[in-house]
Design a protein around this ligand. Structure first.
Ligand code: TRP
Length: 442
């Protein structure tokens, strides 16, 4: 058997896992879907799902990866003898990775466009109305979107080539904390805006008037999306972990950090919407129409805009590599393709699929399947269905197939914790998922 690569240190692993979790999901997607679903009640369900579903599934994925030392598909066959039916979860994961990265890269491209616009000084010089319309301009320019999508995919492939734990680690150490600091600066600034109390109320009061069944699925799905769960990304990252680690503590830490970033981003975005009379339910363009307005009002806003979009781009890249890595590890380990070839081929196919998302904002904006554009379809299909299904299978595998052994490994010295955790894996987490769906479907 060939020797597998491992993380250089525990810290390197933590950085990479945090890098995978914190990304466009926190800064772009969380505010936008919260706006569409009417705020408070949606946020509450999302938080509930992070705690009772997300954290246990995260522990399970890391454990399965570390224990098996295999990619997302093979992991199941190693822990449960060959041709295990549980592999289906891994295979669904590879499919999800394909679909998610195809639109993730296009949104990453939008971030690059805004970085470019800030570098050209547009953000600090244009009037408010023009700033709100910047994204509309990009929507009607498919060639620009394709250019930036190409750059984003190129960067992702470049990083995966370099090996996930080399260059990335050095940069993550500086850039990830910088993003947190900058977000915090924006929050302090927004504190003084007149829309801030409304933003707090919008996010944390539990009005449920706009919440629908599909909103519930979206809240649960987002708990998976934002923690990079349900498609084997964390299995793959866990498989590069050598010695025993305290996976439970790591998982709590990751979930806490990830949630904090999302909530701060939400507070900032909604402070802007309520201060400048913008629409909270504006959809996927929300952060791109609101943030430039904020930067244009701040002193040194032009510089902050450049820094912000650069840091968001970096956060997006540390996530996109983890998505691509799921496919690459699968094709190279299970089908014996060499790593470079696997990377180029998968990335190429995903890149082409991304064109459908680009055209969803212009030429094909009226072409709908089940009432959804290609972009919305890929997004809904993965977040609301494929990821939760993958996660559900994972937690059942953990609780019922690995069972006692898994909790003994997690808590070697406390039989009480073993029992409680096994109960959580077997009953609570699956039940929360089923009850939420059942309760709101009827
Ligand atoms: N969690 C990342 C974000 O919030 C996106 C992501 C990375 C992801 N890897 C994943 C989502 C695996 C689902 C599955 O931006």
């Amino acid at each position: 058997m060939s020797k597998r690569a491992h993380w250089g240190s525990r810290f390197a692993f933590l950085l990479a896992a945090a890098g995978s979790a914190v990304g466009l999901g926190n800064i772009w997607k969380f505010p936008y879907i919260t706006g569409v679903n009417g705020g408070g009640a949606f946020v509450l369900i999302y938080l509930l799902c992070v705690a009772l579903v997300g954290v246990p599934v995260l522990v399970a994925e890391l454990y399965i990866g570390q224990k098996s030392q295999k990619n997302a598909v093979e992991a199941f066959s190693v822990l449960d003898p060959p041709r295990s039916p549980w592999r289906i979860s891994g295979l669904l994961g590879v499919l999800s990775a394909f679909l998610i990265l195809s639109f993730y890269s296009v949104i990453g491209g939008w971030v690059i466009d805004f970085l470019f616009q800030s570098l050209m000084g547009k953000i600090s010089s244009l009037p408010e109305e023009a700033l709100k319309g910047l994204l509309g301009g990009l929507f009607s320019a498919p060639l620009w979107q394709i250019l930036w999508h190409t750059v984003f995919m190129g960067l992702t492939v470049g990083i995966v080539f370099m090996g996930v734990n080399e260059g990335l680690e050095r940069w993550s150490k500086i850039l990830m904390p910088s993003l947190f600091v900058l977000l915090f600066i924006l929050l302090v600034y927004c504190w003084k805006l007149e829309g801030f109390p409304k933003a707090v109320d919008f996010l944390f009061s539990t009005r449920a008037d706009k919440l629908t069944f599909s909103g519930i699925l979206e809240a649960m799905g987002h708990a998976f999306f934002t923690l990079s769960l349900g498609m084997g990304a964390m299995i793959t990252y866990g498989s590069y972990l050598g010695q025993r680690e305290n996976l439970v503590r790591i998982s709590f830490l990751l979930a806490l950090l990830d949630t904090l970033v999302a909530l701060v981003a939400g507070l900032v975005i909604f402070s802007i919407t309520f201060t400048f009379n913008m629409e909270p339910a504006a959809g996927p363009g929300l952060i791109f129409s609101t943030l430039p307005v904020l930067f244009s009002k701040m002193s040194a806003g032009g510089v902050l805009a450049v820094a912000f979009f650069l840091l968001v781009l970096f956060a997006a890249l540390t996530s996109s590599v983890s998505i691509l890595e799921v496919c690459v590890a699968y094709w190279s380990e299970t089908h014996g393709l060499n790593r470079k070839k696997a990377t180029i081929l998968t990335a190429g196919a995903i890149y082409l699929l991304g064109f459908l998302t680009v055209f969803s904002t212009n030429r094909l904006s009226n072409f709908k399947i089940l009432g959804l554009t290609f972009f919305d379809l890929f997004d809904k299909l993965t977040s609301s269905y494929l990821l939760p299904i993958g996660g559900f299978i994972t937690i059942l595998f953990m609780g019922w197939k690995l069972g006692h052994q898994s909790v003994k490994d997690l808590f070697p010295s406390s039989s009480l914790m073993q029992k409680a955790t096994l109960f959580l894996f077997r009953f609570i987490t699956p039940a929360v998922m089923v009850i939420l769906i059942y309760h709101f479907a009827t």
